[in-house]
Design a protein around this ligand. Structure first.
Ligand SMILES: [Zn+2]
Ligand SMILES: [Zn+2]
Length: 76
């Protein structure tokens, strides 16, 4: 079964519809989780500063000095 991740908080759901119908506390542009459209990786890179973390949730929970949202954002 595929896993779908939120690009703002890294939460994992088994379907896109359940992911995007639940609210996200970290989405700066809306209230719902938003699909991370990249593939599943061993390491996720911040598209703003290039730092790497082993999960989207740890990447997006840390602050980023170069990001407009002040948090790291996963590159695709
Ligand atoms: Zn989310
Ligand atoms: Zn960053």
């Amino acid at each position: 079964m595929a896993n779908f991740y939120c690009k703002w908080c890294g939460i994992k759901h088994s379907s896109v519809s359940s992911l995007t119908s639940n609210s996200c506390s970290r989405n700066p542009e809306g209230k719902k989780h938003e699909l991370y459209e990249g593939s599943e990786k061993a390491q996720y890179t911040c598209k703003c500063c290039g730092i790497k973390h082993s999960s989207i949730s740890s990447l997006t929970s840390n602050s980023c000095s170069k990001s407009p949202t002040k948090k790291h954002q996963p590159a695709l």
